[in-house]
Design a protein around this ligand. Structure first.
Ligand SMILES: [Zn+2]
Length: 60
């Protein structure tokens, strides 16, 4: 339906895991951003007032 204006391929390489949100409880894919309310993968919607939050890195 709508295209992304001026798609910049360099932007992809700047994205790190730290920029993603926590894992979707439905599909286990990370939300696009910690502020996401909606899973871009499966369409899962977080409860009202809830944000994805930062992706927790396992460092053990
Ligand atoms: Zn999902």
């Amino acid at each position: 339906m709508t295209g992304f204006p001026l798609y910049n391929p360099n932007a992809i390489y700047c994205v790190r895991m730290a920029n993603y949100g926590s894992l979707c409880p439905n599909c286990q894919k990370p939300f696009r951003t910690p502020r996401a309310k909606l899973c871009a993968e499966c369409g899962y919607t977080l409860p009202e007032g809830t944000l994805a939050g930062p992706l927790k890195e396992r460092d053990d």
